[in-house]
Write a new protein. Structure first.
Length: 103
């Protein structure tokens, strides 16, 4: 369980430093970004333009993971369903959109 963060540390930046911080944090909260840097963690930044694609890919990867898990543990999966899911996963990776079953 994470410890509650109750201590506050403030720091002052000049205009140029603040602009550089804002450019580098790419929308992440300033405190979180600076804390991760201080602790030696690489802040995981997703450019705003990629947020939608990242969410779509995460959903697809989750679906694929569920299929693999079902196949590994149950061994009872319809290969046609598996092929269809893999096809949809591939289309999502290349950015194709399915409309009412159309490709």
């Amino acid at each position: 369980m994470d410890k509650l963060r109750t201590n506050c540390v403030s720091v002052r930046f000049n205009d140029d430093e603040l602009e550089l911080l804002n450019d580098r944090r790419n929308g992440m909260e300033k405190g979180r970004y600076l804390r991760q840097l201080f602790l030696g963690e690489t802040p995981s930044l997703i450019p705003p333009v990629n947020l939608g694609a990242y969410a779509d890919l995460a959903r697809s990867a989750s679906n694929l993971n569920q299929l693999v898990r079902k196949f590994n543990y149950d061994g009872d999966i319809d290969l046609g369903d598996l092929m269809e899911e893999l096809h949809e996963f591939r289309l999502s990776l290349i950015g194709a959109k399915l409309k009412d079953g159309e490709e």
